[in-house]
Design a protein around this ligand. Structure first.
Ligand code: ATP
Length: 273
């Protein structure tokens, strides 16, 4: 007997079945990885610095596992402050920040932060910058090199692995940062205007790269930007922060004009806020 019905089927049907099986395996891997993404939640959160008046008051915000939530809002409204609280770098004055239902009391490798500023160690090559993140995550020395090489390849920098940060362009350095951030397998990524300093073309490349990489290694993302188009391109949902808390919320696709109106910006005059 010649196996099951697939073996007896015409060649095109067998190929189709194999392709379907591969697609199912990919979907299963993605589902598995997505189950590892970290749900985040702010419950009645008040945040501030020292004795000054609070920056955010009684904020309620939920970020589902695997969701890309983009946070917009005028300068100084507290976007970075919110990210710091999710990262565990800033304690709440009131309320609770929860990751996977557990109160956040400090930093964790599960929750990675990526800034606009170039935070690479200047004396380490691109590869060794990525390896450092893996070492901090407890990856064994023998595996670090191969994993770092894979991630640098993934962001299109396989040939630049042995260059120092000063030998890389701004866009290349941000790509190393992205590789370094994601190589450590964080379950949530908190991104503070990560592409804000890049030229339009490099920025578009990075946006595509981020979505591409997240499709293979899903994580929950909270992404702060001033760019409405970037928000609508990347986000599953957009939240606009106003004085003290959430001023408006939009599922994506959302109307660009609606988001701009919530920001109080004049549609015809403003691309970014
Ligand atoms: N380390 C700090 N100490 C004291 N005040 C701070 C500190 N960091 C931020 N603030 C204040 O908290 C408020 C919110 O700042 P935050 O950086 O969160 O705003 P933002 O919305 O991210 O602004 P931007 O869009 O300009 O980056 C501002 O009034 C800021 O001056």
């Amino acid at each position: 007997m010649s196996g099951g019905p697939v073996d007896g089927a015409p060649r095109s049907l067998r190929a189709g079945t194999r392709a379907a099986a591969r697609a199912a395996a990919r979907a299963a891997t993605r589902a598995e990885a997505r189950a590892g993404a970290l749900p985040l939640r702010a419950e009645g959160v008040t945040l501030g610095y020292g004795k000054g008046s609070p920056v955010l008051t009684g904020l309620d915000l939920e970020v589902a596992a695997g969701e890309i939530l983009v946070v917009l809002g005028p300068s100084g409204c507290g976007k970075s402050t919110l990210l710091r609280a999710f990262a565990g770098l800033l304690p709440v004055t009131a309320g609770r920040v929860l990751a996977d239902g557990v109160p956040v009391t400090g930093t964790s490798a599960d929750r990675a932060l990526m800034f606009q500023d170039d935070a690479l160690l200047p004396w380490r090559t691109a590869r060794r910058n990525v390896e450092l993140a893996l070492a901090l995550r407890g990856v064994r020395r023998a595996e670090r090199r191969a994993a770092a090489a894979r991630w640098l390849d993934r962001v299109g920098l396989g040939d630049a692995a042995d260059r120092l940060p000063r030998e890389l362009s701004g866009g290349m350095r941000q790509r190393v940062q992205l590789a370094r951030t994601l190589a450590a397998g964080p379950r949530a990524v908190l991104m503070d205007e990560p592409f804000g300093a890049l030229d339009a073309q490099t920025r578009a490349t990075m946006q595509r790269l981020l979505l591409d990489v997240l499709a293979d290694a899903p994580a929950t993302v909270v992404f702060v930007t001033h760019d409405v188009d970037e928000a609508l391109l990347l986000g599953h949902r957009v939240v606009v922060l106003g004085a003290g808390g959430v001023a408006a919320e939009f599922p994506v696709p959302a109307s660009r004009d609606g988001v701009l109106a919530a920001l109080g910006a004049r549609t015809e005059a403003k691309e970014t806020v």
